[in-house]
Design a protein around this ligand. Sequence first.
Ligand code: SOE
Length: 374
Amino acid sequence: MTVSVGVLGYRFMGKAHANALARLPMFFPEAPEVERSVLVGRDEEALSDAADRLGFERTATDWRDVIDEVDAFYNLGPNHVHAEPSIAALEAGTPVLCEKPLANDLESAERMAEAAAEAGDGVPTATAFNYRFVPAIQYAKNLIEAGELGEIRHFRGRYLQDWLVDPEAPWSWRNDAEMAGSGALGDLGAHTIDLARFLVGDVERVSGHCRTFVDERPVEGGGDEEESAETREVTVDDAYSAQAELAGGVMASFEASRFATGHKNDHVIEVHGSKGSLKFSLERLNELEVLREGDRGYQTILVTDEDDPYVEHWWPPGHVVGWEHTFVHENYEFLSTVESGGEYHPDFADGLAVQRALAAIQESDERGEWVAVE
Ligand code: SOE
């Protein structure tokens, strides 16, 4: 079967997924054949440039014309555009991969998960939590499942960036509550919470704290004179932190910021169990630090051996992989499910579970008390 893919969005994530689709036949010959069929966007000129660059056969300016013509629909638009096209695609029986967080609010995420459930098992969905597909993260999951760390007691995750430290950094949809839903919380925290669920277990209750440091930003192209420059309000958090309890009484702490000076894409996960511990850092994604029972210090494992997850598809041991490979692995798993059936995770139900935790952290911040994640 040749799987034709329609992609909404052609900027950062459009490029990451188009690159993944192009790599599949070279490195994953057992993957279904894929056609980069149609790229969807509103600005015709920019869209046609992007389609040429990213290898799409044609373009469309309305997603409605595409959703039932393709075998898989990728929704890579801003968060407020996730619900309507994804639900319509599912109603047309088309599998959907949607970027994270699943939606800009809980109610939309619920509708999306409901549409996925109604579409049934033959119509897989994906929430694009690509960090599940880092070989070292899969290695960590295997260690935990094999009981190598014993009973898990702690999960700690922080995701630090610094692209908003400058108060003059321009306003974008990511600063708007209507469009994004939340700031560092949904954009970065969603990844951490997904990894907590993947590696350890569901989030059961949270105590959250959200903070906006700069509440107005200049609009790009909004005036030359400093005094008359147009600005827009920032209505999302710049940073959040939360304490949480995971299934089985695991203690967790989560944190993310766009104001962590000097940190570019610094996502760190730590897990402690009764017998051992592990640490992972995205900026050193080929490595996993593991402390096993009886060890006095962590051992750094280079997760590039042939029998490590996904590695046989790439290079010999020590020939490291990068951030973009996580998208190749994710696309491989999702499109294989589209072709052959079966279960894919993280699906829309996983995306909804993360969205519930995000909403509970916001609610807890507003109420000043612990909130249960329903
Ligand atoms: C934002 O800064 C961002 O690009 C996120 O949107 C991605 O999900 C994350 O992987 C990297 O940072």
